[in-house]
Design a protein around this ligand. Structure first.
Ligand code: GLY
Ligand code: MN
Ligand code: MN
Length: 483
């Protein structure tokens, strides 16, 4: 199906100005204008996070007094020809509004009396009078009903206005302005003479750091994401026989079904890495075989409808039982993860959990004779990194690698606070062609990853429902494989 109405010749009809459409009779055009019911939703309740989005906008307003702030959702991106990628609004826009509509823009307009007035700019309902509704590829008949501006006001708790008038309004506006870059070229073009890269970056950094500490709504959403993810992992274990008969794709598809049914999507490309693929950190091709006797490293997360994602990894024996060497490596990673999780508490340095995990892994590598000690020398020179490869975690939220624009002093060199949510995910990876380790290690990769919330007292493992300890993993798998 093409995205424009078909004329009598069978060719698609492109929308024209002035109501003239080749292949559309005047009678048909006239008929399509009327006879449609009033479907305005007049008693819509505000979205569940309306109070939180208002508080977030208030904090933003306070940080940039007297300045106009422009936060676009972004536009559809062409996949090929007339098909588009699924749309995902910018996290900045979704965080501040709760809305996720393409082409939307939040503007905070400074008030003379202080503070800002927020307006959300959106495409209104399709016009039936000029034929846009059924003749444009973005007409509601093709892409589905949009909320009217009145409905949007009721849902999001801010005045809504027609986004098509926004570029001209921004061009004409005076006074200091900042825009979140990288999402909407049209909006940026309208502001090109008024903004600087440096000032816009300050806005981006503030919005990233604002998300470091999650509010109660966000914590609830992260738990939902994790709970769905746990069910997705259970789904995968139940179909391991089918994955063996096909490929890693069966695992990807199985997890994706759970993500789409219970959530919005997966929060990132699922890593379904069987055998030596586990040693490729971002293995998302997922086209390899799944074999009994191998380990399956599954790193996957459901993203909720509000965009919060889990990020969980389990390394599972495909046949339900670890071999001795697999278990030895697994237990080292488990112990490293335990040490890492124990280091997550308010007031601790962000780097502490990484250091705690790395120390355990370095100790084991020395103990196994894979690297020459003492452990302090190994850690000082970073020699363990040949096999540990990556950092031990990261902030988690609306992005899997959340708050990426935060300054080093507020994140990596910062201190943990209640409400921060991070992954703890040590790993050991012995590449199939690593001649520095005995052959039995080669091709084994293990990562265990959990999502951990910093609480007032210490931490809460949001993904604790998914077994981690080696024997517990085997028992859990046995129950699911039997069922
Ligand atoms: N799934 C990507 C990561 O664990 O960071
Ligand atoms: Mn992660
Ligand atoms: Mn992960």
């Amino acid at each position: 199906m093409e995205s424009d109405a078909e004329g009598e010749s069978g060719k698609p009809v492109k929308q024209r100005k002035n109501g003239l459409y080749p292949g559309v009779s005047d009678e048909l055009a006239e008929s399509m204008k009327s006879g449609w019911a009033d479907t305005e939703l007049r008693d819509l309740a505000p979205i569940a996070q309306a109070a939180e989005t208002a508080a977030r906008r208030a904090a933003l307003s306070e940080r940039f007094p007297g300045e106009r702030l422009v936060v676009p959702a972004g536009n559809l991106k062409t996949r090929s020809n007339d098909t588009e990628y699924p749309f995902r609004a910018s996290v900045e826009y979704a965080y501040l509004t709760g809305n996720q509509t393409e082409d939307g823009v939040l503007v905070l307009e400074p008030r003379v009396s202080g503070g800002h007035t927020a307006t959300i700019y959106l495409l209104p309902r399709s016009d039936r009078e000029n034929g846009e509704f059924w003749l444009s590829g973005q007409g509601e008949l093709w892409v589905g009903r949009r909320h009217s501006l009145g409905e949007a006001e009721r849902l999001y708790g801010v005045p809504a206005s027609d986004v098509r008038r926004l570029p001209d309004a921004l061009r004409e506006a005076t006074g200091p302005v900042r825009v979140v870059r990288g999402y909407d070229a049209g909006i940026e073009a309208a502001l090109t003479d008024k903004v600087t890269a440096e000032r816009d970056e300050e806005l981006r950094v503030f919005l990233s750091e604002q998300r470091l500490v999650k509010d109660d709504f966000e914590i609830g959403e992260l738990q939902k994401a994790v709970d769905s993810t746990v069910r997705g992992f259970e789904d995968v274990v139940r179909v391991l026989d089918k994955a063996e008969a096909t490929s890693e794709r069966y695992i990807e598809g199985t997890f994706f079904l759970r993500a789409r049914v219970e959530g919005n999507d997966v929060g990132y490309g699922s890593i379904c890495a069987s055998g030596a693929h586990a040693c490729t950190l971002h293995w998302v091709r997922n086209d390899g075989p799944v074999r009994s006797g191998d380990l399956l490293l599954l790193d996957a997360g459901v993203e909720t409808h509000t965009y919060y994602t889990a990020d969980v990894t389990r390394t599972l024996p495909v046949n339900g039982r670890f071999s001795a060497i697999q278990r030895k490596i697994y237990d080292a990673v488990y112990d490293a993860q335990e040490a890492g999780i124990a280091a997550v508490r308010p007031g601790a340095k962000y780097r502490d959990f990484h250091d705690a995990s790395q120390r355990v892994l370095a100790e084991r590598l020395v103990e196994w004779g894979l690297v020459e000690g003492p452990v302090e020398r190994v850690l000082e020179l970073g020699l363990q990194r040949r096999w540990t490869l990556h950092g031990t975690g990261h902030m988690l939220g609306m992005d899997v690698h959340d708050c990426a624009a935060a300054r080093t002093e507020s994140y990596v060199d910062g201190v943990l606070e209640p409400g921060m949510c991070l992954t703890v995910e040590p790993g050991l990876y012995f590449q199939a062609d690593d001649l520095t380790v005995p052959e039995e290690y080669r091709g084994i990769g293990v990562r265990i990853e959990d999502d951990v919330l910093v609480t007032g007292e210490g931490n809460r493992n949001l993904s604790a429902a998914l077994p981690r300890e080696g024997a517990a993993v085997e028992a859990w798998m046995a129950g699911l494989l039997r069922g």
